[in-house]
Design a binder for this molecule. Structure first.
Ligand SMILES: Nc1ncnc2c1ncn2[C@@H]1O[C@H](COP(=O)(O)OP(=O)(O)OP(=O)(O)O)[C@@H](O)[C@H]1O
Ligand SMILES: [Mg+2]
Length: 251
């Protein structure tokens, strides 16, 4: 089967003080439909840059990125991003209005009551029932991230791009959100490219892990992760996998 997403020999530089600084160099990989792929690597190695190229927010200098066989040239509701920042929600809209927003823009033909039912369904999926009328400043960081995930999923994106979505949460809330995401994956048929600093998080969630390197600005290693699900963080196999990824990521 053809891959959903194909990244072929992609390079990207930014201009800094009239100098070109390469942040991605000859990066190639592909992502299959329904795969959960994590990207790990040290700060500054180009993880967010890579995601924004896939989202279509920015242009690459060399190579090609194909989504369903077509070159990515712009953002699309088929490729939706969730960020780390708690401020990604509209502060003047309630939780329900935030989740409704993509439908208001992209699905004008849908009846408003249908749109609201759908938004409530997604809020239930991320365990935010009862918080529909709260404003972002009235809910916790974890709840804001749950809202952002519901808002991303309501468009039924083919691919969900997540840039350290749990990076600002405390350890316990982070684990709860990871569990919710794992549960969601049983209900929704989406492909995920997930950026994280946290190797344990990558091992708990993903089918495959790509390690990016700061020194080469390219892929250092690709690690398959076929541990049985649900994954037990305390099992020897899990701990061994975490160690394997640590060893391969080390610079
Ligand atoms: N718009 C931009 N203009 C100039 N340089 C940029 C821009 N965006 C990113 N960079 C540079 O590209 C490099 C990679 O940045 P990027 O944000 O992709 O790293 P990252 O791996 O996501 O890091 P972190 O883990 O800290 O989020 C950095 O050196 C950064 O300064
Ligand atoms: Mg980043």
């Amino acid at each position: 089967m053809r891959s959903l997403l194909e990244i072929k020999e992609v390079s990207k530089s930014f201009k800094k003080d009239k100098r070109k600084v390469k942040v991605l160099n000859d990066v190639s990989f592909s992502v299959k439909k329904r795969e959960f792929l994590s990207i790990v690597g040290p700060s500054g190695c180009g993880k967010s840059t890579l995601l924004s190229l896939i989202a279509g927010f920015d242009e690459y200098d060399e190579g090609n990125i194909y989504f369903k066989g077509e070159k990515i040239i712009a953002p699309s509701p088929e490729r939706v991003m969730v960020f780390q920042d708690f401020n990604q929600l509209f502060p003047w809209k309630t939780v329900l209005q935030n989740v409704l927003f993509p439908l208001t823009v992209n699905k004008k033909e849908m009846n408003i009551n249908k749109r609201k039912d759908l938004a409530r369904k997604y809020l239930k999926m991320v365990k935010l029932e009862g918080y529909e009328d709260y404003y972002p400043h009235e809910i916790s960081g974890g709840m804001k991230q749950r809202t952002a995930i519901a808002r991303a999923l309501i468009m039924k994106p083919e691919i969900l791009l997540m840039d350290e979505p749990f990076g600002s949460l405390d350890a316990q809330t982070r684990m709860q959100l990871q569990s919710t995401l794992i549960e969601l994956l049983e209900e929704i048929e989406t492909t995920i490219v997930f950026v994280t600093h946290d190797i344990e998080e990558a091992v708990v969630l993903s089918d495959r892990i790509i390690a990016l390197s700061n020194s080469s600005n390219s892929i250092k290693d690709v690690i398959d992760n076929n541990l049985d699900r649900p994954r037990d963080r305390l099992s020897n196999r899990f701990i061994e996998k975490v160690k394997e990824v640590y060893d391969k990521v080390k610079e």
